[in-house]
Design a protein around this ligand. Sequence first.
Ligand code: MN
Length: 289
Amino acid sequence: MWDPKQKGLRSVVRTLKGVATSDGAGVALTRVIGSPELDMLDPFLLLDEFRSDEPGDYIAGFPDHPHRGFETVTYLLAGRMRHEDNQGHAGVIETGGIQWMTAGRGIVHSEMPEQEDGLLWGFQLWVNLPADEKWVAPGYQEYPAAAIPREQRDEGVVIRVIAGETSLGNAGPVTGVSTQPQYLDVTLGNGATLAEPLALSHNAFLYVFEGAVGVRSDQGDGDAKVDAGSLAVLGTGEGVLISGAGANNRFLLVAGKQLKEPVARAGPFVMNTRQEVMDAFQDFREGRF
Ligand code: MN
């Protein structure tokens, strides 16, 4: 087990709330990364949370739209989403399931709620691809809840391991991604503490969606409190020490290798140059996806 006393801890360098917005055909959501406040956190381009039991907030869904140059990662906490692309791939993401979609050179797809009422709750994260992979064939890694390892640690620490490997050796089902992502869904009881190393090459954030947590500083000045609905960007260091501060606390802990490449983006296209983005719009208009 990683010993946080021996290593540099990653402190919170900033916290921010998401921005209420709508996307698709009128889905209400909270944009946490990809907003004016936080444009991106290399390699993460966008993080949306959608959470509503009002069908009017989600029923219109995300009809046919393109993507090129990156990956979209959909993780559902509650509800069902049907997706279908223009290359013959279709399926339903269900509660607790993950879809890691590599758009690569391009797909056109729809993402529609497979429900007419009840709670729809989840996240979509956009992960950039390095320049030499922006033209790969589209691909999917899709896993239902049962395929995601659940790591139970002592004293109220439970981790669902979606991508990457924990310090106890449990690996998530999503593999082969160049940014070597760590994507953990962590539940902490009140006072329970997660100590976990993170690769030095990686940017990392946590997004709290239930309760509150305290993130230990490397300056010995106590914990930075992060409440539900807040994103905390973590600084450099070898790992994190995070404690549950409410009765029940849950957050995403996500890290990915920085690409350090130029980013040119507009809407559903994320490339390296302005010209490549313009080409994407033209290719889409002229039916070349
Ligand atoms: Mn999409």
